[in-house]
Design a protein. Structure first.
Length: 504
């Protein structure tokens, strides 16, 4: 919907005034109102063109246009109903009026039709300055002052000693596991409910992933499952070389019990905070709890360099070694000297410039994502069968993606039905990650559920969905999402559970 203040016009104004108003309002429709402020008709640029072709001069007033009852929609009509009316009449805008016939809103097809995406890049003010500086000094690649500064600035932002800027979060996990000594035949424990990028690097190193379930309180690694898995591995004499807890959808795992367990068995942690940069756990930044941590700056993440990652740690030698390995393990010598296999994993000076600008607005992005979440909670209040991803006390989630589960009996539609209803309205919603232990790729891998008899990540996959959550999602777009979910829901207060019915 569009603010209509600039679009109101009276019949005593001229065709010229109307053209100027369209040009000022960057809109090709005006609302012609009478003395009492009631809507007489809409005026499009086509109407003006036809008046001029019919021989009226630009100074003719709008009173010359024939009366024409406007097509209207009720104030609380759904986007689908508005679009249906537009399609039925071949028009691109539909006003809404109050009970006295005064216009209150204007729906535009281009707004209703625009796709609403899950999470899109959101640039700020200074990225361009840093990138321009790189151009000006011809410091485009490979590494350079932006890379050094981005590493320093990010490390200080999260409160970790050191950071190495890399080409992706996946590269950071790969290098991190390599630095922790993971070798062919080793085991690595890893959250099952995650994006495949967490687990792939385990295979790159010829190691074997063992998947750990989520807990219901955080949706992240279950300390209960981890405890059983470690005890069993210890009994076998085959402890993992590393453990990768993942911070899903902007929220840290419950790190304290995980750290305790890892200390007890002497296993290092590599924290995958690709989705949780900006989050905190007991007042400390997500990604800083392990021996190493990683972040991602992929296009959909909370801040982005278009593509990139960061490996962080407190041990300066470990991070220095990461930088060495990431530049083809080139020995310090006048010629090209190599003793070990390296990688081409460094971030470029250009992309680090984007990252520096993005880092300046990280806190703002967290506030914006959290505000998106709050608007969903408010807008969907009273809809039966919806449960939000929980945020326990002493956790501070970024709500990178707003995630919820639906109880399809109470909600009135199953998950796929809801997602395709949203897709029909050009709204992108995605199922929660399909757990790694259910992927054909990892069908041979071991899996430790939260309870011996029930798997939390399976339930989250079967019932969970992520809603459009970008920090640049505007309230009109978000209202479309909310309306469409409400359309699909069972009207609240008119629901009897199947158990109630079966009592009769
Ligand atoms: C995005 C993501 C990654 C990978 O980061 P890239 O920069 O895309 O390689 C790793 N783990 C998780 C959980 C992610 O969401």
């Amino acid at each position: 919907m569009q603010s209509i203040d600039n679009l109101l016009i009276t019949p005593d104004r001229s065709l010229r005034d109307a053209l100027a108003a369209m040009s000022d309002g960057a809109c090709n429709v005006l609302l012609l109102i009478d003395d009492a402020g009631r809507l007489r008709r809409t005026v499009t640029d086509g109407d003006l063109r036809r008046a001029i072709l019919a021989g009226h001069g630009l100074d003719t007033d709008l009173g010359v246009l024939p009366d024409q009852a406007p097509k209207l929609v009720e104030p609380d009509s759904s986007s689908a109903a508005v679009l249906a009316l537009m399609n039925a009449h071949g028009i691109d805008q539909v006003p809404t009026v109050d009970e006295d016939g005064r216009p209150v809103a204007l729906h535009l097809r281009r707004e209703l039709d625009q796709p609403v995406l899950l999470s899109t890049p959101h640039l700020a003010e200074h990225e361009r300055d840093f990138v321009e500086q790189a151009f000006r000094t011809n410091w485009i690649a490979p590494i350079g002052p932006n890379v050094d500064a981005f590493e320093r600035e990010l490390a200080s932002k999260v409160g970790m000693g050191h950071a190495a800027a890399l080409s992706s979060g996946t590269a950071a996990i790969h290098l991190g596991l390599h630095l922790l000594g993971v070798e062919p035949g080793d085991r690595v424990f890893c959250s099952s409910l995650t994006f495949v990028a967490t687990a792939n690097p385990i295979r790159y190193l010829g190691a074997e992933p063992v998947f750990i379930d989520s807990e219901p309180e955080t949706w992240n690694m279950s300390p209960a499952a981890l405890s059983r898995a470690l005890a069993a591995a210890d009994a076998e004499g085959r402890l993992p070389k590393a453990i990768i807890p993942v911070g899903l959808y902007g929220q840290s795992p419950d790190m304290e019990p995980i750290i305790d367990l890892c200390h007890r068995y002497g296993v290092p942690i590599l924290e995958d905070a690709a989705e949780s940069l900006g989050a905190a756990y007991r007042g400390r930044a997500a990604g800083t709890f392990g021996r190493l941590g990683i972040y991602s700056f992929n296009g959909n993440k909370i801040i982005t360099t278009s593509g990139g990652g960061m490996l962080v740690g407190d041990d300066p030698e470990l991070i220095e070694r990461a930088r060495f390995l990431a530049t083809q393990s080139r020995e310090p010598a006048g010629h090209y000297e190599h003793q070990e296999t390296g990688f081409n994993y460094r971030m470029s000076n250009i992309l680090a410039g984007i990252g520096r600008g993005q880092l300046e607005v990280l806190d703002e992005r967290v506030r914006q994502r959290r505000a998106v979440f709050e608007r969903y909670v408010e807008g969907l209040e009273g809809v039966p069968g919806l449960d939000w991803m929980p945020e326990p006390a002493s956790f501070h989630s970024t709500r990178w993606l707003t995630a919820m589960t639906i109880d399809s009996d109470r909600f009135g539609s199953d998950l796929e039905g809801l997602i395709s209803h949203l897709a029909d309205g050009r709204i992108e919603a995605r199922r929660v990650w399909k757990p790694m232990h259910r992927q054909p790729l990892f069908k041979s891998a071991a899996y430790w559920p939260h309870h011996a008899t029930s798997s939390v990540s399976d339930r989250l996959f079967e019932t969970g969905v992520c809603l459009p959550s970008g920090s640049n999602l505007d309230s009109v777009q978000q209202e479309r999402v909310i309306q469409r979910i409400r359309e699909r829901a069972r009207p609240s207060g008119r629901f009897w559970s199947s158990s109630t019915l079966s009592l009769g």
